[in-house]
Ligand binder design. Sequence first.
Ligand SMILES: Cc1cc2nc3c(=O)[nH]c(=O)nc-3n(C[C@H](O)[C@H](O)[C@H](O)COP(=O)(O)OP(=O)(O)OC[C@H]3O[C@@H](n4cnc5c(N)ncnc54)[C@H](O)[C@@H]3O)c2cc1C
Length: 418
Amino acid sequence: MKKALIIGGGIAGPVTAMALQRAGLEPIVCEAYQDAAAEQLGAYLTVAVNGLSALSLIDAHEIVKQTGHPTGTLSFSTSAGKHIADMPIGGTLPDGTITHSVKRRDLYRALNAEAVRRGVRYEYGKRLVDAQSLPTGGVRATFADGSRIDTDLLIGADGIRSRTREIIDPTAPAAHYLGIYGLGGFVTDHRMREELGLRPGIYNMIFGKKAFFGYLVAPDGEIWWFANMPGAQELSTDEMAATSPAQWRERLVAMLSVDRTPAARIVAATPDETFVPGFNQYDMPSVAKWHNDSMVIVGDAAHAVASSSGQGVSMAVEDAVTLAISLRDIPDTAAALAAFEHERLERVERVVEHGAETSGDKAQNGLMRWLTRMLTPYFLKKAAKSGIEPLSWMFDHRIEWNDVTGVTVMRGNAEESD
Ligand SMILES: Cc1cc2nc3c(=O)[nH]c(=O)nc-3n(C[C@H](O)[C@H](O)[C@H](O)COP(=O)(O)OP(=O)(O)OC[C@H]3O[C@@H](n4cnc5c(N)ncnc54)[C@H](O)[C@@H]3O)c2cc1C
């Protein structure tokens, strides 16, 4: 059985492990931290319906459904509190599943726990520092603790600051700071929920004058929120550690108070314990080289999609399943990795481009541009008339576990180019 060493126990790591296991490979996951979830930034994630569809191929979409809750509609408002429009966040899977929101920490823990439950071997506290292709085939991975693991194949699911990406291509681009700080939090205040008339399933987005604000209410009544505010300087680790939740709260409330929306009140009511302090937001220029003969990158390591697209998790999951199909159907590892990249590249680049349009260097201007484009009367009327969702190309993508057609074509190409 082919051994695959997966670097990173975030999202792409455990899903790749479960998919490879199903494809007949033997995965091991090595995670740098003792608990990956504890290191993650951000409050919650929206797992889009295309990602849930990919997860269903390995019977893992129920994990998201059990951990999170359905969030099928985006509702946009202005800084004056005026409702502009509602839009669906993707369609519905045959079993009725729609896009879900889930706390980041819960999702990381649940996916990794499921991989362990399915018998995937995990090693925590193992930070990859180097990897070399062996003359006899396969790879030798070296870790910060001095240990080594020999494997047939190394998969970097090690996030936006991927070490695997650098090993595969030392000239690979680094993550690029977007000029935006992200923040978030959770508030349990039933009176506020009732006063605001919040209903589960609706993800409210406010284009404030100084900051962008998103919030929703979970079925248990807890309000989940995130905010994006412009930040000229990339924060250092020391700066992040030195700024308390109270300082961030004060700063954000001041920015949101200029709007006539509930945002400032929600942030002000968020206690320190559930306040996610400011962190830098990044994207990444296109990565030219995803693989060599025995190493490959997946998820954010290969293509960090801007968080505003809500597609980072789904892209990671689609990668994981596609890689497993390629490795299952193409015995030669190098050809399988080439086929995987070929299969994913065009779609991923389109999603990245869409995400970049929603962010950009000038955070607010980028978001405003996107909103303007999305909400032009022509666009809205057309979408409402046709009943077709504006981003159906993104949400309706489906991968077939048993469909080897695409891979077969690619195998031909890979063999030809050999
Ligand atoms: C604020 C914010 C909001 C977002 N919102 C959404 C959203 O709503 N919907 C959505 O789909 N996406 C969202 N995203 C994007 C999403 O979080 C990522 O796309 C997703 O986490 C990518 O998963 P990954 O497994 O590739 O990387 P990660 O989740 O970053 O996991 C990488 C793992 O690798 C480990 N690691 C790193 N280096 C090493 C090493 N050398 N050795 C061993 N282990 C290592 C890390 O500790 C980590 O556990 C958001 C991102 C941010 C920042």
